[in-house]
Design a binder for this molecule. Sequence first.
Ligand code: DNO
Length: 359
Amino acid sequence: MPMQMGFRWYGEGNDTIKLSDIKQIPGVSQIVWALHHKQAGEVWEKEEIAEVQKQLAPYGFGMDVVESVNVHDDIKIGLPSRDKYIENYVKTMRNLKEFGVKVICYNFMPIFDWTRTDLWHPLPDGSTALYYERSKVQDDYKQMADYILTNLKGQTFPGWEPERMARLDELFAAYRPVTKEKLWENFKYFLDALMPFCHECDIKMGVHPDDPPWDIFGIPRLIVNAEAIDKLLSMVDDPYNCLSLCSGSLNANPDNNVADIVRKHCDRVAFAHIRNIKHYPNGDFSEASHRECDGETGILDILRAYHECGFEGYIRPDHGRNLWNEPGRPGYGLYDRALGIMYMLGAWDLMDKFKAEKK
Ligand code: DNO
């Protein structure tokens, strides 16, 4: 099967972008979706999944990739209640299987998902982008959460659920005893429990790297570099224990060479996120267009590595800039992600053509 291009969509009534808009982007065959009203730990019911299937069907989009089925904090913390939440996870997985889902993208980040200090950072060209200012992420996690929630202007954003943000002190206290080693153990416990069901359902678990790839607010983060990825894949050495390899999350640390990781573990990349990062000397970073020269992530090297490895998984443009005053979620506008797709497909088609000519 050739690589399949996806586009993340937040769902009917929850996204300013329409499926009919996405249909006009060449080359998109998959909608990367989720049930965004579900809290971590809840079972996704078949009727709810069927509703999404009904919405996608007229456009011929596949629904093979879910981003994300979020992992309940009790699983990450390792509380006795984790078994109940793992059972629910399995029920969700079995329901997803009925609709042909092949990959579950998820993360194992404690408390917060991705973290940025500016959601609408102005770029010199007049667009805005997600931005991270190191000095702003120190101790005041509440200020950070307030900033994000205010600036999302009421839009849902996984990992930043207002219900969880309201319990931040409680969550930080619960995570306090969880050392990095303990978090790894809890991660292994979760994956070991899921693997037999992944085989049964033929669904790959693709973990998303931590974003940014370093500890924040004194809480450990695991999937931060090539060594951690090696550890994860060998710790549960199963073809269903996979990666949602996000180039931008990892390359927020410029020492991370994502093309090398692709070459080493291509068969374990179930889902690829392509995002470009521009670094500043003081450690701040900004997200950039997908064009290689607009950042330092090495987008073309990464695409070349996937191509050379014969990548047959799912891929999507990750965060784009917000262009032309479009409404909607930061990082998840229509226009720059569509441009990103055309850039990626342009590079891919050219590599296909060269390869065919060489034969
Ligand atoms: C950022 C996304 C992540 C990702 C989750 C996966 O925009 O790539 O939030 O969806 O970490 O669970």
